[in-house]
Design a protein around this ligand. Structure first.
Ligand code: RB5
Length: 146
């Protein structure tokens, strides 16, 4: 599975740890930066990660900013992107199972790196359940297309 990853200055350490962790697990990771501790605007990074998912270059995305919220707001403007901010395990699992989320947003100032890695593992290891949940996703897509 190919995973796109990116962060702003609120999530650099987390992003680097997540990239290293996923690569050590055998995933192919495309890192859209940032690569050093500079102040950037989180939508600019969200665009790069989400475009790579919308174009099917990557399957899932992980975005880290201070809270995860700004990244999720930007990411959810993209057609076909379902981004979820998670800071605990249940949501990280169920947003894949029920929402078929394709982008996980994390707050570098909210969760520690250890928790972040566990949330990432749950997210990438859980598959969409389909069934009754598909028609709900279809309704989200219908809203996008209005
Ligand atoms: C940047 O200081 C901060 O606003 C950003 O990382 C993020 O938390 C926005 O939602």
């Amino acid at each position: 599975m190919k995973i796109a990853i990116g962060c702003d200055h609120g999530g650099l350490e987390h992003k680097n740890a997540i990239a290293e962790h996923l690569r050590s697990r055998g995933f192919e990771v495309e890192d859209f930066g940032i690569y050093e501790q500079v102040s950037v605007d989180y939508p600019d990074i969200a665009v790069k990660v989400c475009e790579s998912i919308a174009s099917k270059k990557n399957e899932l995305g992980i975005l880290v900013c201070g809270t995860g919220i700004g990244m999720s707001l930007a990411a959810n403007k993209f057609k076909g992107i379902r981004a979820a901010v998670c800071s605990e395990h249940f949501s990280a699992k169920y947003t894949r199972l029920h929402n078929n989320s394709n982008v996980l947003c994390l707050g570098g100032r909210v969760v520690g790196i250890g928790t972040a890695l566990e949330l990432v593992d749950l997210f990438v290891d859980t598959e969409f359940e389909g069934g009754r949940h598909q028609k709900r996703i279809d309704k989200i897509t219908e809203i996008e297309n209005r």
